[in-house]
Design a binder for this molecule. Structure first.
Ligand code: PBG
Length: 341
C-alpha cells in the first residue's frame, strides 16, 4: 500500500537536508496532547444530538427495565415527567415514545383505546416541556396479536389496508402533541399517506421522521421483548430490507424524500454507516441513526465479561455514526449520559 507515496515523503526529507532523516509530514503533531486534539476534533457527540426512547405501558407507577442492563425502560405515563426531567435539564435532543397497549387487536380498530397510555404520556410531556422535541413510533407490531408491522389478511401483510391505520395513528399522535411521527413499519407509500392524512387534519406542523432504511435485522431482539412486538409467525423480510442491498436502500430514502418526509432515519446504525453516508451526501434532510437494542446489548455483554470499557466503546460507536453523517442519534445511551456525564 502507498509504496510510491511513502517513497516521495522519504525523498522529500532527504532533499531538505535535515540532519535527522525521517518523515516531513507528521500527523502526530496534531495529536500531541489533549488541548491540540480537542482543537482539531472534527466530530463530536453532544447530548443535544441524542434522542432517548421509552416504552410507554398502561397503568400507574410503572418504572422497570425490560431486563437487567438492556437500557430499555418501560414506564407509565404518570412516571414519565419525572424521569424525563433530568434529560430536559441537561439539554438532551428529544424523546421517542413507543406504545405498549393493554390489549392487542388485528382489525386496526380501537386505536384510540390502544393508544391511551401514549396519549397520556404525550399530553403530559407536552404540557410540562413545551419545547422538548417529541417523537412517537408509528407501527402496528406492538398493537396486533401476530406482531407484524401491518395488517395481515390470509397470512399476507396487506400493504394498502395498513396505510389507512398507520395514517390514523399518526393523526391521533399529531393531535395530542407529537412533533414528529416516526413510521417504522416499512409499508410502501406510508410517508405519502401519513402526510396527506396529517394535512387533511390540518396538522401542517406535525412532521414525519421516516425510518427510511430499516434492515431486517438480528439486532432488534431486546426491543421486541420490551415492546412485546415479536412476530408470531414468519419474519419481517417482506417489508424490512435485506442488509446487503445498497442501491435498494437509496431507493428507499429517495422515495421518502419525494413523499414528503421531514427527516430520515437509518437502522441499525453500526452495520449501515455506508448507507448513512450515502444518504447524507445525497440529500439535505436531517438524518438520524438509530443505535438499536442489539447494538447496545453487544457492548454491554462484552463489557460485563471485562473485554472492553463500555463507555469508551459506546463513545466510539456514537461518534462513528455522527462521522458517517448522522445529525442525531436515537439511543438508549442518552439517559445514561445524563446520569453519568
Ligand atoms: C417496530 C420497531 C422495531 C425497532 C424500532 N421500531 C423492531 C422491529 O422492527 O422488530 C427496533 C429498535 C431496537 O431494536 O432498539 N417496528
Amino acid at each position: 500500500m502507498g509504496g510510491s507515496f511513502s517513497g516521495r515523503v522519504a525523498a522529500g526529507s532527504a532533499v531538505s537536508g535535515s540532519a535527522v532523516s525521517g518523515p516531513t509530514v507528521r500527523l502526530r503533531r496534531l495529536r500531541k496532547n489533549g488541548g491540540v486534539r480537542r482543537l482539531f476534533e472534527e466530530t463530536t457527540v453532544e447530548l443535544r444530538h441524542l434522542v432517548q426512547p421509552y416504552f410507554v405501558v398502561p397503568g400507574r407507577d410503572v418504572w422497570r427495565e425490560s431486563a437487567p442492563g438492556t437500557g430499555l425502560w418501560q414506564v407509565s405515563a404518570d412516571r414519565l415527567i419525572d424521569e424525563v426531567a433530568p434529560l430536559v435539564g441537561a439539554g438532551a435532543g428529544g424523546v421517542m415514545l413507543f406504545g405498549v397497549p393493554a390489549t392487542k387487536r388485528d382489525d386496526g380498530g380501537g386505536l384510540e383505546e390502544q393508544l391511551s397510555p401514549l396519549r397520556a404520556a404525550t399530553e403530559a410531556l407536552r404540557r410540562a416541556y413545551p419545547e422538548l422535541p417529541l417523537f412517537a413510533d408509528v407501527c402496528l407490531c406492538s398493537y396486533t396479536t401476530h406482531g407484524h408491522c401491518g395488517l395481515v389478511h390470509d397470512g399476507v401483510i396487506d400493504n394498502d389496508a395498513s396505510l389507512a391505520v398507520l395514517a390514523r395513528m399518526a393523526v391521533l399522535l399529531g393531535q395530542w402533541g407529537i412533533d414528529f411521527v416516526s413510521p417504522s413499519d416499512m409499508m410502501d407509500g406510508r410517508v405519502a399517506a401519513i402526510r396527506r392524512a396529517l394535512d387533511d387534519a390540518r396538522l401542517h406542523d406535525t412532521g414525519i421522521l421516516s425510518y427510511a432504511v430499516k434492515m431486517a435485522s438480528a439486532f432488534y431482539g431486546p426491543f421486541r421483548d420490551a415492546a412485546l412486538s415479536a412476530p408470531q409467525f414468519g419474519d419481517r423480510k417482506t417489508y424490512q430490507m435485506p442488509a446487503g442491498n445498497r442501491r435498494e436502500a437509496r431507493r428507499e430514502w429517495m422515495l421518502d424524500v419525494d413523499e414528503g418526509a421531514d427527516a430520515l432515519l437509518v437502522k441499525p446504525a453500526l452495520t449501515n454507516l455506508d448507507v448513512l453516508r450515502e444518504a447524507r451526501d445525497g440529500c439535505d434532510l436531517p438524518l438520524f441513526a438509530y443505535q438499536v437494542s442489539g447494538e447496545r446489548a453487544m457492548l454491554v455483554a462484552a463489557a460485563e465479561k471485562g473485554q472492553l470499557d463500555l463507555r469508551r466503546a459506546m463513545d466510539e460507536c456514537l461518534v462513528s455514526m455522527r462521522r458517517a453523517g448522522a445529525d442525531a442519534i436515537v439511543t438508549y445511551e442518552a439517559r445514561e449520559r445524563v446520569r453519568r456525564p
